[in-house]
Design a binder for this molecule. Structure first.
Ligand code: NAP
Length: 312
């Protein structure tokens, strides 16, 4: 039986691994595709203390190398469910079950679709959710970004360096993004704002991909057409928590201050839980706290004490 199964290899999960291993726990971290979570797809970060500027993939590589140097075992398995038993927890995966004393769910979140007609059909044919992955395909072309939060603004800044023009479409007349990001965006002379506007339809076909957007100004109901070949959708995130049945709010796992979920012995950390701020810094803090709580749980009379083991 494992002491701790960590589900998800983003900043929260990798930090939990580092803290748990230093306490001598027997841990496995499960990841479905690749480590890093959303940060691995982020162009640059300027708010990770100690690094004035670092790319998302570089930061994640540092986290991973650090955790692996302590002996963290990472297995690529898809988790399908979690069952609480008397004195243990079973984590069900696509390649067998794992028995464990505790679980930290750090499964993160993924981009939320806009829900506009044409979006699903043209996904990968001009509709994208990742500027660093797909921006290159639109070098020298005009594209649209939909959304007004940190992600939309950050990705619009990145895209402005690659494409000829960015049309930023936002449903209100002011951005939600933090001021430092807004200031940077405002410095770009190839970014045009389309305020108070929603995208009614993403139009195109299988051969040409996206050809234009049907837009509507929600203040005066005026409809318009924007000719572009690529549209990047950044309208928030959706928690990846379908595999766990516990108390949630809008799909995000509810926790208390100690990051306990409604299932005893199961903790949640990072973007997958209900929180006011979703940053690398908060995910790392969550990972550390969740691991310390898992250690405390195991050593309490609720869990089975950790056996004497050589510290790796
Ligand atoms: P977000 O903060 O929830 O912003 C989503 C944006 O999309 C909002 O501007 C929202 O408009 C708009 N929106 C939502 N539904 C829409 C719809 N159906 N049609 C049109 N527009 C829609 O999401 P996020 O930007 O992905 O950020 C998620 C979290 O990650 C946040 O906590 C954020 O701070 C954090 N993050 C931080 C950084 C950083 O570098 N500091 C970078 C990326 C993300 P309204 O404003 O009108 O609601």
């Amino acid at each position: 039986m494992k002491d701790l199964v960590i589900i998800g290899g983003g900043p929260a999960g990798l930090t939990a691994g580092i803290y748990g291993l230093r306490a001598g726990l027997d841990i496995v971290l499960l990841e479905s595709i690749g480590v890093g979570g959303q940060v691995a797809q982020t162009d640059e970060l300027e708010n990770w203390p100690g690094e004035q500027l670092i790319t998302g993939p570089d930061l994640v590589k540092k986290f991973e190398d650090h955790a692996v140097s302590f002996g963290l075992k990472i297995e690529f398995k898809e988790v399908s469910g979690i069952t609480k038993n008397q004195g243990s927890i079973t984590v069900h995966t696509d390649s067998g079950d794992i028995e464990t004393r505790t679980v930290i769910v750090a499964s993160g979140a993924k981009p939320r679709p806009l829900g506009a007609p044409g979006e699903k059909e043209l996904s990968g044919k001009g509709v994208s959710y990742c500027a660093t992955c797909d921006g290159f395909f639109y070098r020298g072309k005009e594209i649209a970004v939909i959304g007004g939060g940190d992600t939309a603004v950050k990705e619009a800044i990145y895209l402005s360096k690659v494409v000829s023009k960015v049309h930023l479409i936002h449903r209100r007349d002011s951005l939600r993004a933090e001021k430092a990001l807004q200031d940077k965006l405002n410095e770009k002379d190839n970014v045009e704002f389309i305020w108070d506007t929603v995208c009614e339809e993403i139009c195109g076909n299988d051969t040409d991909g996206v050809t234009h957007l049907r837009l509507k100004n929600i203040k005066n109901n005026q409809e318009s057409q924007l000719d572009i070949t690529g549209v990047f959708v950044f309208v928030g995130i959706r928690a990846i928590t379908d595999f766990i049945e516990c108390e949630k709010e809008w799909g995000f796992i509810k926790t208390n201050d100690l990051l306990e979920t409604s299932i005893e012995g199961v903790f949640a950390a990072g973007d997958c839980r209900v929180s006011h701020l979703r940053q690398v810094a908060t995910a790392v803090g969550d990972g550390a706290l969740a691991a310390s709580q898992a250690i405390e749980y195991i050593n309490s009379d609720k869990g089975t004490p950790i056996p004497e083991r050589e510290h790796s």
